[in-house]
Design a protein around this ligand. Structure first.
Ligand SMILES: [Zn+2]
Length: 71
């Protein structure tokens, strides 16, 4: 596993807004070697946020998408 604990990620996920495309909260963080993004896991939606270098950036980018969609 990585050095990022599950409890930290759960705390981070509490900051993630519902999916801007389907409105569901079935989102999770997808982590790769150097990038992370938020992805919706609702069947038929699977909306994806942009890849970002940190969890905080990924959540901020996703929330910006959600905010733009609800204006
Ligand atoms: Zn969705």
């Amino acid at each position: 596993m990585t050095s990022t604990s599950d409890s930290v990620l759960e705390t981070k996920l509490a900051e993630v807004r519902p999916c801007p495309q389907c409105g569901q909260t079935a989102t999770d963080l997808m982590q790769r070697i150097v990038y992370v993004r938020v992805q919706c896991f609702t069947h038929g939606c699977e909306h994806r946020g942009p890849w970002e270098p940190t969890v905080d950036d990924a959540i901020a980018a996703w929330n910006a998408l959600a905010h733009a969609e609800t204006l």
